[in-house]
Design a protein around this ligand. Structure first.
Ligand SMILES: [Zn+2]
Length: 199
């Protein structure tokens, strides 16, 4: 599609859709046309859902999860064990853990991994806030559920060092997480096994 075959509104829609993960320009054009063909079933409800999310969804000031309340519903849930914090790379990993239902503590979203190649240092990640939470009193264990990638494990080492002066146990997910695997792609049983065999 060129600027002669579509108006600027449509081109803008396609450009924005093409920025979504997994969508290139070609699939973005298909998605845009699909939306435009179904205004009542798709385009208008999607526009409303996007506006709603933009207005109401915030990052939790405690753990970094996305929710419409702050602190998020996981942090605020009274039945959860506040003495165990599971550190994950992304919100998607937190949601994967929650889907598996094996963890009843709290979370901390680190927001990525350290990467010399991509210029990501500790200050770009939510590591200082994790150290602060770990030292705040009633926390007794930090589970590092970072991905089994080189950057994920480098980040886990770094966080372990930062926590070394605190009286908290630092554990890692052991078996079950494949090298290069991301929590979000694991089935519930694998997450449960990895959680049970943490060390
Ligand atoms: Zn939270």
């Amino acid at each position: 599609m060129t600027s002669r075959s579509a108006g600027p509104e449509i081109l803008r829609l396609i450009d924005l859709l093409a920025k979504l993960p997994g969508l290139g320009p070609r699939s973005a054009r298909r998605a845009a046309l699909h939306l435009l063909k179904k205004p009542d079933q798709l385009l208008n409800p999607l526009a409303a859902a996007l506006a709603d999310a933009a207005e109401k969804v915030v990052a939790c000031q405690v753990c970094g999860n996305f929710d419409t309340v702050n602190p998020c519903s996981v942090c605020a849930a009274p039945g959860r064990d506040a003495s165990i914090i599971c550190a994950v790379e992304e919100v998607a990993d937190l949601w994967a853990m929650e889907r598996s239902g094996v963890f009843r503590g709290r979370y901390h979203v680190v927001g990525g991994t350290l990467s010399a190649l991509d210029g990501v240092g500790p200050d770009q990640l939510n590591i200082s806030t994790l150290v602060a939470r770990a030292g705040a009193g009633d926390v007794r264990e930090i589970i590092l559920a970072l991905n089994a990638t080189v950057d994920g494990q480098t980040t886990a080492h770094y966080i372990t060092d930062r926590l070394a002066h605190l009286p908290v146990k630092v554990t890692r997910l052991a078996h079950g997480v494949p090298v290069g695997g991301e929590l979000d792609h694991l089935d519930d049983g694998t997450i449960a096994a990895a959680m049970a065999s943490r060390r």
